[in-house]
Design a protein around this ligand. Structure first.
Ligand code: ATP
Length: 362
């Protein structure tokens, strides 16, 4: 049973709670990405699973066994670092075979596994080269190959793709995901790159200040962020967070006042828990607006200011009072600076957060 389980895991560095009471279960065959801003505790969490750092409190359980007191090698995990640490004077074949030398396997068995891993990672043609004569993507694949060639309990990746250029990253994301998919091991990947997390993870754990804010599928994290931090951290361009007051209900619509404008939304169920006058934040992603031809009760008006072409789409910064509302529209709409936009939030795509920053409703 290849699983990882963290129970109340905490790491103190002096007074600093680098990791604070983290609970996380990673099932066999599951890929979980730890995602968050610099310093939020991702790497420290990974290092505690690996045994490179001891936990100040809590239990680290791998394959059903508490491993807090075990050394990294006794935990039988495979770790891929940002820096590949390949042996420069050994060929790819020898680099791939290296982790197997300690395992007392026959030469034939070692050769068989190396050839199989090389085939999986498309390294067959470069088996006899030394790392200095490999492209970056190939070096990265050798590093992954060295991790999977043994039969470890689980895989840990620390920013595995951060040194690759954009195109290679995209290729490698798919490749690593496909390879991991065939191995039925629990995998934890640390990244600060949300695209990496959104494409590779079965579930994402969003961290801030040593704590896990939300653990859920990429779809759930994107469509139902539990609080303002997750809402603003995930998604590019960033979600608009519009401060507002709830005015009350009228004809099945919820009325809000925001930056001197009134906005009516069919939020029925959501707004039922709100008291008139309650301060709220409306979260609306830049792609979650339709453009209306004139102001309506369910639109916000804002003047296009900065216009940023983004290929097939255009990012418009529209100003409403002093506030900037980011709107992404198809390029063909050709919005000019100074034009007034009437922004209608798409049905069901408005997120509502209370004064405490937590999501309200479904
Ligand atoms: P990054 O993406 O920048 O690597 P991270 O989310 O991985 O960040 P960590 O490296 O886990 O964050 O660090 C969490 C906090 O713990 C930071 O404030 C960091 O400065 C601190 N920290 C990490 N290692 C040590 C250490 N050995 N001694 C003291 N403080 C540390």
């Amino acid at each position: 049973m290849s699983t990882i389980s963290l129970k109340g895991v905490t790491k103190l560095f002096g007074n600093l709670r680098a990791v604070d009471n983290v609970d996380l279960d990673v099932a066999a065959g599951e890929v979980v990405c730890l995602l968050g801003p610099s310093g939020c505790g991702k790497t420290t969490t990974l290092r505690m699973i690996a045994g490179l750092e001891s936990a100040s409190a809590g239990d680290v359980v791998i394959a059903g066994r508490r491993v807090n007191e075990l050394s990294p090698s006794e935990r039988n995990i495979a770790m891929v670092f940002q820096f590949y640490a390949l042996y420069p004077s050994l060929t790819v074949r020898e680099n791939l075979a290296f982790p197997l030398l300690a395992e007392k396997l026959s030469r034939t068995e070692i050769d068989r596994r190396v050839v199989e891993v090389a085939r999986t990672l498309e390294l067959t043609d470069v088996l006899d080269r030394i790392p200095g004569r490999l492209a970056e993507g190939e070096k990265q694949r050798v590093a992954v190959g060295r991790a999977i060639v043994r039969d470890p309990n689980c895989f840990l990746f620390d920013e595995p793709l951060s040194r690759l250029d954009v195109e290679l990253r995209q290729q490698m994301r798919g490749k690593i995901k496909a390879v991991l998919g065939g191995l039925s091991k629990a995998t934890v990947i640390v990244t600060h790159d949300q695209l990496e997390a959104l494409t590779m993870a079965d579930r994402i754990a969003v961290m801030q200040g040593g704590r896990i804010e939300q653990v859920a599928s990429p779809h759930e994290i994107f469509t139902r962020p539990v609080n303002l931090f997750v809402a603003s951290f995930i998604g590019t361009p960033q979600m608009n967070l519009l401060e507002a007051h709830f005015l009350g209900r009228e004809n099945g619509l919820a009325r809000f006042r925001t930056a001197e404008q009134e906005l009516r939304l069919p939020l029925n169920g959501l707004a039922e828990r709100l008291q008139p006058g309650a301060p709220v934040t409306l979260g609306i992603r830049p792609r979650a607006f339709d453009l209306a031809s004139e102001p309506e009760l369910d639109t916000l008006s804002a003047e296009a200011d900065l216009i940023e072409p983004m290929g097939a789409e255009t990012l418009v910064h529209a100003v409403d009072g002093k506030r900037d509302i980011r709107v992404v529209v198809p390029r063909r709409l050709r919005i000019g600076q100074g034009s007034v936009l009437h922004l209608r939030p798409k049905l069901g795509q408005v997120h509502l957060f209370g004064e405490d920053g937590r999501r309200i409703g479904a």
